[in-house]
Design a protein around this ligand. Structure first.
Ligand code: AFP
Ligand code: FBP
Length: 333
């Protein structure tokens, strides 16, 4: 076939080649299958009358959309039926799902089935985010297996539903790779290495500036710097973390969802937003910081979540730009 790299690995063969672990291949097949089903639902949402609210609120008090509910059911079914999972944490469910012992396996997965749902009804990019842990040795599978630092994750990724469907995935300590869903064969095929551009790439800042009056002074000063430096930065904010981080990984720049006076922990959830994205940013050569949080400026990956839906501030991107935030904190003392 012309224009097709017949040697490009699929997601499944990539995982097998790198780990020789059939259970991880099964897990990633379940996640990939969910992403394909969600992609189809997103694409047909208007036709299938899936726009709009489901009439419920999720674990964090957001209104659930019909597509949120459907995407959640897709992921839970795929992961539970995979036979390799013990604990599932979803943004959409208040409590963790503990898989009965007869059907369980070694993995614990935290996921946001459809992140950016406020963008669904106007057909703007949304995504799925996931982070994977292995059960502690001897554990039957409890919440404690997943309430751990980001550095304990064995792999993480996201899938962005946009003009193309792309799944970005990384093992702990490895590089992040992008797999594009080839609609002709229904497989995620490896297309590119995700690496933040050398030198920081495009000068882009991405944040919800509508919250700026609540920010602390160093964050206000950072954004002011981006806007008033001799070559001012460009503002880009989709409001879907998956899309904003995907652009940051490919073009460079910085994505910020800081703590503020209204929300001292920020808005983004640690287990299924902060950690997976922090892992991918770090493994692509960038920095993922909390900014000033709990008395220090530290890594997102070092945070220990207090509960499964806990939040933390997020400042992530290339070193050139995150270091500007650090400098502003230093200046403020
Ligand atoms: P929803 O899934 O409720 O739309 O939230 C998406 C999200 O958690 C994340 O994807 C965005 O970066 C962030 O919210 C946008 O939040 P603001 O609307 O406060 O800018
Ligand atoms: P490109 O096709 O060159 O990206 O331009 C897009 C565009 O004309 C509009 O789609 C968009 O609203 C605007 O530029 C963004 O402009 P700016 O970069 O100044 O924010």
């Amino acid at each position: 076939m012309s224009g097709v790299d017949v040697n490009a690995p699929t997601l499944g063969s990539f995982v097998m080649r790198n780990t020789k672990d059939p259970e991880l291949v099964i897990l990633m097949n379940a996640i990939a299958l969910s992403c394909k089903q969600i992609a189809t639902a997103v694409k047909r949402a208007g036709i299938a009358k899936l726009y709009g609210l489901a009439g419920e609120q999720n674990s964090t008090g957001d209104d659930q959309k019909m597509l949120d509910v459907m995407s959640n059911e897709i992921m839970i079914n795929a992961l539970r039926n995979s036979g390799v999972c013990s604990v599932l944490v979803s943004e959409e469910d208040e409590d963790p799902i503990i898989v009965p012992e007869a059907d369980n396996g070694k993995y614990c997965v935290a996921f946001d089935p459809l992140d950016g749902s406020s963008n669904i009804d106007c057909n703007v990019s949304v995504g799925t985010i996931f982070g994977v842990y292995e059960k502690e040795p001897g554990s039957k599978g409890t919440t404690a297996d997943i309430l751990r630092a980001g550095d304990d994750m064995i792999c993480a990724g996201y899938c962005v539903y946009s003009s193309a469907v792309e799944l970005v995935f990384s093992f702990k300590g490895g590089a992040a790779y992008c797999f594009c869903l080839d609609p002709n064969i229904g497989e995620f095929v490896s297309t590119r290495l995700m690496k933040l551009p050398d030198g920081g790439g495009k000068t882009i800042y991405s944040c919800n500036e509508g919250n700026s009056k609540h920010w602390d002074q160093p964050i206000k000063d950072t954004i002011e710097y981006f806007k008033t430096t001799p070559k001012p930065y460009t503002a880009r904010y989709v409001g879907s973390m998956v899309a904003d981080v995907h652009r940051t990984l490919l073009y460079g720049g910085i994505f910020i969802y800081p703590a503020d006076k209204k929300s001292p922990k920020g808005k983004l959830r640690i287990l299924y937003e902060g950690f997976p994205m922090a892992m991918l940013i770090e493994q692509s050569g960038g920095i993922a910081s909390t900014g000033l949080f709990k008395g220090k400026v530290g890594r997102v990956m070092d945070v220990i979540p207090e509960d499964i839906h806990d939040r933390c501030p997020i400042i992530m991107g290339g070193a050139r730009d995150v270091k500007i935030v650090y400098d502003m904190y230093k200046k403020a003392g």
